[in-house]
Design a protein around this ligand. Sequence first.
Ligand SMILES: Cc1cc2nc3c(=O)[nH]c(=O)nc-3n(C[C@H](O)[C@H](O)[C@H](O)COP(=O)(O)OP(=O)(O)OC[C@H]3O[C@@H](n4cnc5c(N)ncnc54)[C@H](O)[C@@H]3O)c2cc1C
Length: 477
Amino acid sequence: MNAKSYSAPARKEAPDVSKPSSRHGIVHLLRAELAGDVLGPGDPGYDAGRRVFLPGFDRRPAAIVRPTDAGEVADAVAVARDAGLELAVRGGGHSYAGYGTSEGGIVLDLTGLARFEIDARARVARAAGGLTAGDVTAAAAAHGLAPVFGDTSSVGIGGLTLGGGIGYLVRKHGLTIDQLLSAEVVTADGRVLEVDDNNHSDLFWAIRGGGGNFGVVTRFDYRLHPVDIVTGGMLALPATPETIAGLVAAVEAAPEELSVIGNVLLAPPLPFVPPELVGSPLLLALLVHAGPLDEGERAVAPLRALAPPVADFVRTMRFDEMFAAEGPEPLPRAALRTFFSDALDEAAAGELLDRLRASTAQFPAVGIRVLGGAAARVPAEATAFTHRHRRLLVTVSAFYSSPEEDSAHQAWAKDAATALRQGADAAYVNFLGDEGADRVRAAYPGTAWDRLTEIKRRYDPENVFRLNQNVPPTEPR
Ligand SMILES: Cc1cc2nc3c(=O)[nH]c(=O)nc-3n(C[C@H](O)[C@H](O)[C@H](O)COP(=O)(O)OP(=O)(O)OC[C@H]3O[C@@H](n4cnc5c(N)ncnc54)[C@H](O)[C@@H]3O)c2cc1C
């Protein structure tokens, strides 16, 4: 077994963190244990450090720590565990539930970990757990290679990978977890484990879809692909029942080299939107064809033929250019509902448009990801992401500003998802907000849940890693 055992040094008794003076004590204790940054309330950088991607999570942790290696991660985990403090393990901070920050707990910010190496000959990236998708994509692109992540540069590889990872190469190469060769994991009891198909294979199975429940992943080793120049970009079409259903059908009929994320929204006043279309439904198809360029043009032609485009930014480009633009600053709050679906015909697309128009949120949207291809060829039981046979991943979302509007937008998202879903209810863990235990359960249908809870009991029986889409260490019913 390829396991390094880490013994945390003897430390002072953990302070009683219910007292403000003791919260100060936690900062001292962490500073004594770690060489990396430790920030407490009032320290320069504390306010910037407590922020996560969605601005609505205004929480004040007792301490923010930035360990520099796996041993220091183990130290910080031990301090949180012994003090009974909530531990927010933060990769890129993009959790829709705000799990990258904590009120009164310890934020374990992984951005200080040693960074990464690319072995271009072996086509492998060894990447620290706090890097972003953009960091690794840019480094691989310098070698004409690409990792398999999502659609946004600033998303952390930590959360993205642990939940599955669905993006621009999903049909050609599968999910992010399908590229994971091995990982270094710090467990709740302070061990630093090398995990892969042969070492701690149960843990390796669980971290491929089971989220941050089983330990802190300090290094991910990914297979890279020779994806360099692609046909890619954005095609903006008027959103009608015909174009939405037609897009789904056209992508399903296209070669696997083509992956498409369709976003249906009410057109904001963007430079490419004619003034008369502002506020009307728009279908933004973000696409990559990772194959020969002449075949790319042919694969995109049926999408272009769906309707006269409002804008056509599809061109020959470097793959990493797909990640060049970040979206606008997010609104503070998000109500989301994620589900897998087995069909989206014109009737359902008409319903989708009605629901979108009925939303009172500042920015309602429905995202549609066409699955299949390489993602579907991995056996369902091979990883903790078991939705391999589902055809579509759909996310209904409403972004808005005021907490008073929470219940209205949550109800809208829930009702819309119920109306649109075709097939069994199942959730994608990476697109869950703080939606309760039933929704986490919906991310792990079949026997996956029992297998995950059993592995959780083995590696984290005290549920130290609980600030996540939590799989508790419960006995099977
Ligand atoms: C703008 C935006 C675009 C997105 N696009 C996509 C997409 O295209 N495809 C897709 O599949 N998903 C996408 N997502 C969802 C994204 O994958 C999840 O929100 C993911 O959890 C974010 O990971 P993070 O590391 O940035 O977030 P964090 O908030 O830092 O972490 C999220 C969860 O993962 C845990 N975690 C993070 N890193 C580690 C680690 N190294 N070890 C152990 N636990 C860890 C955290 O404890 C937390 O529970 C997107 C999200 C946003 C906000």
